[in-house]
Write a protein that binds this ligand. Structure first.
Ligand SMILES: Cc1cc2nc3c(=O)[nH]c(=O)nc-3n(C[C@H](O)[C@H](O)[C@H](O)COP(=O)(O)OP(=O)(O)OC[C@H]3O[C@@H](n4cnc5c(N)ncnc54)[C@H](O)[C@@H]3O)c2cc1C
Length: 331
């Protein structure tokens, strides 16, 4: 196999999304294993401000055009496919974000090449690219190998350390003007803003996740107290968000955020695949559930079989008293 590794940058309103840096970190590892170059494909309008953090790559291929200002998938996909058709990369990595979700499949369709989506891992094994992917909402994990060049890989975000793909300098930049940008009749009408003022749970180091086992909105207070003494935040499973007890920005899982805090306490959460998909990358998982058969115990490092209202206040008090005695809270 030959050809460079490409990462298609995920850009929203002039800002690179963290998933881009995750993809760049993975692309760097791959390029080094293959003895080839890593190039980031940056499509947009007025891009000079975002180049300064992509120095982990060997080069940025930059296409600027007014029709690329908004993330309309058809327009971007056509440009990526055209460039791939003339420059022959070995693999194209596309972070799966709201703005790039459809891109990989559209490029693959236009080029007639394989597309492997929901990849959590990608490496070279015996001259073949091997991807680990998550299927059926996390119920099945598959290993897919492809020798086709290029193959396109959609990467699950929130799996890798963003810092590994981030640099405070710009790489060599090639501005490409010869590519044909074709506007379509599809227009982006507006961006829906997340609820104002809330935190970004994907950046928290400690999360207390609450599920239907919390029973009432008022009981959220005990989980919030625990999160507070640990310096973290609360989040929830989908039923808690559907009830309106926490905002959508706090939902963990398939249709919410992917989180990987150092500590995730799952309280009254059964461990459905759609929830686990969003938190299984956490450093330390502690589950509290009254049902010893709850699936959450299969992913937890430590489990407590008990009613959460018996455990959460006791934990909070124990941590408070340790801090009063000047002891370290958790390592
Ligand atoms: C397409 C799709 C997308 C989805 N996306 C998401 C998603 O992003 N995030 C998500 O979370 N879900 C998602 N779901 C829903 C998911 O399938 C589950 O229904 C949901 O995660 C269950 O939430 P839960 O664990 O809080 O509730 P339940 O499954 O009802 O579990 C409650 C748990 O609490 C325990 N419990 C009860 N009382 C107590 C007590 N007093 N003390 C301790 N434990 C107690 C019970 O034993 C049980 O295990 C999605 C589903 C679909 C179909």
């Amino acid at each position: 196999m030959s050809g460079n590794i490409w990462v298609v940058a995920a850009l929203c309103r002039g800002r690179l999304l963290d998933a881009t840096y995750e993809a760049v970190a993975l692309g760097r590892e791959l390029a080094e294993n293959l003895g080839t170059k890593l190039e980031v494909l940056l499509l947009g309008h007025e891009l000079k401000d975002v180049l300064g953090t992509l120095g982990i790559a060997d080069a940025v291929l930059c296409v600027e055009h007014a029709a690329l200002a908004d993330p309309v998938p058809e327009v971007h996909a056509h440009v990526v496919a055209r460039l791939a058709g003339t420059r022959h990369p070995q693999a194209i990595l596309v972070p799966q974000t709201n703005v790039t979700w459809e891109l990989g499949s559209l490029v693959a369709g236009e080029l007639g090449v394989p597309y492997v989506n929901s990849c959590t891992e990608l490496r070279m094994v015996e001259q073949t690219l091997e991807a680990h992917t998550v299927l059926y909402g996390g119920k099945v994990e598959a290993i897919v190998r492809t020798k086709h060049a290029p193959s396109i890989f959609g990467l699950v975000s929130g799996v890798r350390a963003v810092e590994k793909g981030y640099a405070d300098h710009a790489p060599a930049t090639e501005r490409i003007t010869e590519v044909d940008v074709q506007p379509t009749s599809v227009q982006l009408r507006r961006y829906l803003e997340p609820e104002a003022g809330d935190i970004d749970i994907s950046k928290e180091e400690v999360l207390v996740g609450v599920g239907r086992g919390i029973e009432t909105r008022d009981n959220l207070e005990v989980s919030k107290e625990l999160a507070d003494v640990l310096g973290g935040a609360i989040c929830g499973s989908r039923p808690v968000i559907d009830q309106g007890w926490l905002p959508l920005s706090r939902q963990v899982g398939k249709s919410g955020a992917t989180v990987k805090p150092k500590l995730y306490i799952a309280a009254g959460i059964s461990g459905a695949p759609e929830h686990v998909e969003g938190m299984k990358g956490s450093g330390l998982i502690i589950a509290i559930n009254s049902d010893p058969q709850a699936p959450i115990f299969q992913v937890a490092h430590y489990g407590i079989v008990a009613k959460l209202l018996d455990v959460l206040p006791a934990l909070t008090e124990a941590i408070r008293s340790r801090s009063r005695r000047g002891m370290k809270q958790y390592a």
